[in-house]
Design a protein around this ligand. Sequence first.
Ligand SMILES: Nc1ncnc2c1ncn2[C@@H]1O[C@H](COP(=O)(O)OP(=O)(O)OP(=O)(O)O)[C@@H](O)[C@H]1O
Length: 711
Amino acid sequence: MDLGHVKQFDRSKAESAGPNPGRKVRVVAKVRGFAFPEVEAQGGPLRSVDWISVNKPPRESSEGVAISFRDNSSSRKESYWVDYCYGDNEENEMIYSRDVKPLVSAVFEGHNSSIIACGARSSGKTHMIQGSAKIPGLSVLAVAEFLLLAEQNGKSIAMSLYEVDHQEHAIDLLNPEQPAISVLEDRGRIQFKGLSQIPVKSISEFQKAYFNACATRKAAMKKGNDHARRTHVGLTVHVFSEAEGTETGSGCVGKMNFVDLAGYEDARKKSCDNSCLAETNKINKSIYALLNVCHTLSTNESRVPYRESKLTRILQDSLRGTSRILMVVCMNPSFCQNTIYMLSLVSRSYQVIHRVASESCSARQMMLTSHKSKVPKNVSSTAKKLTGSRSNIREKKADVMKSATKGRKLYDEPSHSAKAEKARLSDTSSTVDTSVKEEEKSIVPCTESLSFMQEKSIVPLAEALLPLSLDDSVLDARHQAELMVENDGSVLDARHDAELMVEKVVPEKTVDHREEHTPNSGKCKKALSSASIVQEGHYMDKENDSIIANKDESPPISTQLRELSNNLKLLLSSTPLSVKIPEQDCIMSLDNNQVSSTDIEEPKTPVMEQTVGSIDKWNVMNAKSPWETYSVRSSGMKNSLVQEYLTVLNTANKEELKRLKGIGEKRATYILELREESPEPFKSLEDLQDIGLSAKQIKRMMKREAGELFN
Ligand SMILES: Nc1ncnc2c1ncn2[C@@H]1O[C@H](COP(=O)(O)OP(=O)(O)OP(=O)(O)O)[C@@H](O)[C@H]1O
């Protein structure tokens, strides 16, 4: 393996450096050692990793290393940045002492942490996390330390072990006979049903339970001729404040997760049948979901897509807040396209961390919080030009809507055609290039950000700052509203009022000059206060940034409300809400915050309402043909059926539940148990997965229920 500049770099110094204590996400790579059969096949132990090179830029102060691959198919070598790269001859102890040990002691101080191993198939993930009888893995080394610290501090530890498959079923590996694990959220706290915690008193006890469970899992897969199946395996080590520990999870000081992700495999390159292809795609999706979450966390965004997979929901509690994440991308020692792809994904989090930490911290704060005095004059003038044209802005808005509705995924199904791959690689490595000089240029230090801003227009700057991308901030606004609703019932009103306000904001042309009042003034005032909640959180988009930079003083409240209005409209557009024609105008004077009634005659914007019953009134009225009316009505009926079905699940007694198709004695009992823990566990059909049903089964059940209507 070519360690390039790393050879000159003082590795002993690096060993004591450890992970940066101030950072949430750390990204390292590990090149797998050669397995015995590979060495033997090559005729001896002299085999070396010749397709990977690791470079440390000569500038001593800069962090990170650049990894590149010798890929004969391309003349240009791409590089990917990570915090550190462990060589093929650096074993688990080294990774443990540098990167994991500091996290173990942090768990005793209440900081959860997660070690996530990802990579292509056979890249050494299990070897690193679990290890073998001869070479202990990171988890074994950590548990030894946990036991030691627990004894010294009068604490106790316990373990949980689970597996998540492509169908998003999570199984307790320490008690596989139990029904699938369900993840419940109770006032923001994640709880598990069906996941056991067993106390750990000694390392041998731990190893026995851990290795036996994994061996049983492997044997079961082989027996079912399922050895090609890929699953994620998660181990959680819990620390309890009491020396005796507790089964219920109360008194839990903190926990550490070890996640051995299924090996990434390009579905299109794998020769298999359709079911296998679907399975590969699904498992890849859950890999992207976790990487997405880590990426979002690394950018400090408030909206984190935990709900996109079972694994991310399970880990949610351990990832948020003051938790730390160590992502280790394992790399195969021989050429492997999937290795390059995985590294390119994980490396994005590194790039973002470093760009956020340098440019954006100063740039964004400067633009959003201190824009009055700090925005350089020439930036303002550039921004003026940019914001001068409303059509330009409208075009941008349209793009925002498009990208927001598409979702905010950073990682998606890869395109592996040679051309697309190349384009994508060059995109992901936009801050990283082959030559060290270019690499140095691409990572702009903090002090350079100001001149960067002065030289470039606001928009390219905003585009350069990945975490500030427009669609993300719009979604942040949405999430903020969701949070307000989820966290506090009283805020429901605020959201509803904000919705009212959004729809009642007058069209652009008239907005600045109207003065009006309304009987709903209280509500509108509340809406204003929720508006300010969103504003205070800086949930602004790129256009907002330009607008702010355009002035030497705060933008008028009309501008801010229009932005909020657009954000909330977007929020509502993807939520199946019902609409009704407003009975009264509630038009806000956006310049002076006054509210008054008005008799302006113009098309009324529908007011959003959360009742499914009136879902299609507005749409039916607007339908242009009988077919459209029919289509609107049928989707309304479908929604009503789903809502009623969920109500039955949330309220019916056992006998009634059993009258539903697909719900027998066992499931009905389980549903009742779930209701004991959370009063309304079924908020969408998706939640039926918590009682062990697959998406397919849920669909089938609903089809049967609907079909029954015609029997
Ligand atoms: N550092 C190492 N030195 C020598 N052999 C190794 C090393 N790491 C892994 N191996 C060997 O490589 C093979 C694959 O390793 P492992 O099972 O850990 O990969 P994996 O990424 O977990 O695979 P999968 O994606 O299938 O889960 C095993 O035979 C293992 O013993």
